[in-house]
Design a protein around this ligand. Structure first.
Ligand SMILES: Nc1ncnc2c1ncn2[C@@H]1O[C@H](COP(=O)(O)OP(=O)(O)OP(=O)(O)O)[C@@H](O)[C@H]1O
Ligand SMILES: [Mg+2]
Length: 316
């Protein structure tokens, strides 16, 4: 369970703090920032996988993830009476991401490195546009304050609280490494381990393809699938896993809810590729996954995603 999520200076999101409950639905008009919220969550998840800097680079670099508008938007600019102009101050801008989980909270801030001035360096780095991790904190409870902070990383220095004192755990952390990847001792620093494990369990399902060529519509080798893949290609194996070891009642209940009188069955072909059989009232033969409508397939994917997740957070 994630109790809150916060993001600052990510594209159109200047400062968003969002309390979360068991199920959260984000709606709003076109261009209001729904996908930006989702993408920022994804960046946070990438931190625990060691992919944060690479993911930001994929988005075009940290500069591109900052607000592309002027620093100050006057009322007349807003009304269209004056042209949009001004400077986009980026020098000290920080991308900040954070969340509050059941026991611990975590926050990270990133910024651009100071310009290194090629002239003075004999061997200047070619990675001068890689963002730097400026600060990371892990705290106990809902709010990060000096008294609740357990781990504080400022630049290369990581300090860990030990009773009333702070101890330097590492003074030379690379600017591109997160504490979530670099500190792996679950006994000495259990908080880092706990936060890393929490984030690693997040799943993102926004890549379900239901077009005729989609891999989801083809028979797949079936192995036990306790967690549906992010692109849903193991759908039939995941549904079968729920049938065998998961919440079978919820599975068939969800199908009956959406398609009264319908149910599913499973078949394996000679090479153990699983084929779904969707038995629908009024039809003489079951339909397989290649024949289902886009909506039906999507619904089954969401059911499989939710029922294979248990109570772990997932985003669609
Ligand atoms: N670097 C940036 N600076 C400022 N605005 C940006 C930046 N990058 C993207 N945007 C804008 O952020 C806004 C929100 O985009 P987002 O993709 O989150 O919209 P959305 O709510 O998902 O819309 P839709 O319903 O169309 O999918 C858009 O108007 C987009 O142009
Ligand atoms: Mg969108």
């Amino acid at each position: 369970m994630i109790n809150a999520f916060a993001v600052s200076n990510y594209r159109s999101l200047k400062n968003v703090v969002s309390p979360l409950s068991g199920l959260n639905v984000v709606t709003g008009p076109n261009g209001c920032g729904k996908s930006n919220l989702y993408k920022s969550l994804r960046l946070l998840a990438d931190t625990a996988k060691g992919n944060l800097i690479a993911s930001i680079a994929q988005e075009g670099g940290l500069d591109y993830t900052f607000w592309a508008g002027p620093e100050k938007l006057t009322n007349s600019m807003r009304d269209g009476a004056a042209p949009i102009e001004g400077t986009a101050k980026k020098s000290n801008t920080r991308l900040r991401l954070g969340f509050v989980g059941k026991e611990f909270g975590y926050a990270i801030s990133l910024g651009m490195p100071a310009p290194q001035g090629f002239a003075g360096h004999r061997d200047p780095s070619m990675f001068q546009f890689d963002p730097e991790i400026k600060r990371e904190c892990i705290w106990a409870g809902d709010v990060c304050r000096p008294s609740s902070c357990l781990i504080d990383r400022v630049g290369p220095v990581v300090k860990v609280r030990s009773g009333r004192k702070w101890e330097v755990y590492n003074a030379h952390l690379n600017s591109y490494e997160s504490i979530l990847n670099e500190i792996s001792d679950p006994v000495a620093v259990p908080e880092v381990h706990a936060v890393r494990q929490t984030i690693r369990h997040w799943r993102f399902y926004d890549q379900f393809r239901t077009d005729p060529q989609s891999i989801i519509r083809t028979p797949q080798i079936g192995t036990r699938t306790p967690v549906l893949d992010h692109d849903g290609h193991s759908l039939v194996a995941a549904l079968r896993t729920i049938h065998e070891i998961g919440d079978r009642e919820a599975l068939y209940g969800a199908i009956e809810d959406a398609f009264p009188g319908s149910t599913i069955n499973f078949e394996a072909d000679a090479s153990n590729r699983f084929v779904l059989q969707f038995l629908q009232e009024g039809l003489l033969r079951p339909l397989n996954q290649s024949e289902l409508s886009d909506g039906t397939l999507r619904y089954l994917l969401l059911v499989a995603a939710l029922l294979t997740q248990g109570r772990l957070p997932c985003w669609y």
